[in-house]
Design a protein around this ligand. Structure first.
Ligand code: PLP
Length: 383
């Protein structure tokens, strides 16, 4: 009989969001009258796609229905029009030069941040901030790099705690690591790093031969001037960082699916003979083998985000989400809670009452207020 990948069996319980969904289901079965829950349990969007995107997608579908406009498989790494819109709109405009073949269009940042670990050796040492978006941890655990899950932590992972004591600014690792995952603006804490704080990580990675996987899925939510929207705003980052971005939170694409990852040519690893290898070439090989591209209408929709109308329309939607964040942040503060985030990210991170666990608080919030939150414990030991 087949030997399965035992690493899957080491994963604790169910994936966080599946457990939240399970608890909601149980609650609703016990309270069938309760069908107007406010669901803040997963970072999903609620507002429809903006008109510029819808129009572009309609047009693309019409094109596909004509002999001249029909397209089959697209380019493995994305259509020129979207790659160039990204290079211009997200980078060149901010003085960052990203080459055409350094951008890889995909169907989600979750897939990219989950799949990128295929490029690392089996024994690579991984550091994550704590709390952390669970995909970085679980994808490495599935590959056997996290060790064993003992007392609520993986014994081969290096955790970089982020809490109110350190102002949610992680320290660089206190031992050698090969990869550091950073997510800013941060899910789940809603906090950001300044350029100077991010530079500390870039410098450390350069000095220690480490790679940074930088997840900037929430970059569109930054309102404070001078907070970096891309790690490539930091000098030297092209040598050490891969950046993942998504249209999910920028333009409501959670159900439409489009994202991209930037792998600069300077980012290198070492093969078994100690030769330097470009991760860009490896990621190209991986994408062309395991991925067949995002659909043409969806890429047209994503490109429309960069038009003046698209930009104007998504700005309004982001302002709407940030207004919700303000209401929640100020409401919780007035109710006596200590809260973080909600200024440059849509997430609010709150300290639960003394003596209460985060799952316990989750249940109380659901039961008393009919609000679904996300328990901090699902994001790592510091959660
Ligand atoms: N990265 C972070 C930090 C996220 O919070 C999310 C979604 O919640 C994703 C990536 C997933 O993005 P996508 O919808 O592009 O897969």
């Amino acid at each position: 009989m087949l030997h399965v990948n035992d690493n899957f069996l080491k994963l604790p319980g169910s994936y966080l969001f599946a457990e939240i969904a399970r608890r909601i289901k149980v609650y609703q079965q016990e309270h069938p009258e309760m069908n107007d829950l406010i669901r803040l349990g997963i970072g999903d969007v609620t507002q429809p796609l903006v008109p510029a995107v819808v129009e572009a997608m309609h047009k693309a579908v019409d094109e596909m229905g004509t002999p001249e406009g029909f397209r089959g498989y697209g380019p493995d790494y994305g259509y020129d029009f979207l790659v160039n819109a990204i290079r211009e709109g997200d980078y060149a405009k901010r003085g960052i030069d990203i080459a055409y073949d350094e951008v890889f269009i995909s169907d989600g940042a979750k897939c990219d941040v989950g799949n990128i670990q295929e490029l690392f050796s089996e024994d690579a040492v991984i550091a994550v901030t704590d709390p952390v978006y669970p995909v970085y941890v679980d994808s490495n655990a599935m590959a056997g790099r996290a060790g064993d899950y003992v007392n609520d932590r993986w014994n081969r992972l290096v955790y970089l705690p982020c809490n109110s004591e350190n102002g949610f600014v992680p320290s660089v690792p206190d031992r050698p690591v090969d990869v550091i995952y950073l997510c800013y603006p941060n899910n789940p804490t809603g906090t950001v790093l300044t350029k100077a704080q991010l530079k500390v990580f870039v410098d450390w990675a350069k000095q220690n031969g480490a790679l940074i996987i930088y997840d900037a899925a929430y970059r569109a939510y930054v309102t404070t001037p001078d907070i970096p929207l891309s790690i490539y705003e930091i000098e030297g980052a092209r040598e050490v960082a891969i950046e993942c971005n998504s249209f999910s939170k920028t333009a409501g694409f959670t159900g439409t699916r489009c994202a991209y990852t930037v792998v600069p040519h300077e980012v290198k690893g070492m093969d078994a003979q100690d030769n330097a290898v470009e991760l860009n070439a490896m990621w190209k090989r991986r994408m062309s083998t395991k991925f067949n591209g995002v659909s043409y209408p969806v890429q047209r929709g994503a490109a429309a985000v960069y038009t003046p109308e698209g930009q104007e329309q998504i700005r309004k939607i982001i302002a709407y989400y940030m207004e919700n964040a303000r209401v929640i942040r100020e409401g919780l503060t007035a109710a006596g809670y200590e809260v973080f985030g909600g200024k440059d990210a849509p997430y609010i991170w709150l300290k639960v009452p003394e003596g209460m666990g985060s799952w316990e608080f989750f249940d109380v919030l659901l039961d008393r207020c009919h609000v679904v939150g996300t328990p901090g414990a699902g994001f790592g030991p510091s959660g």
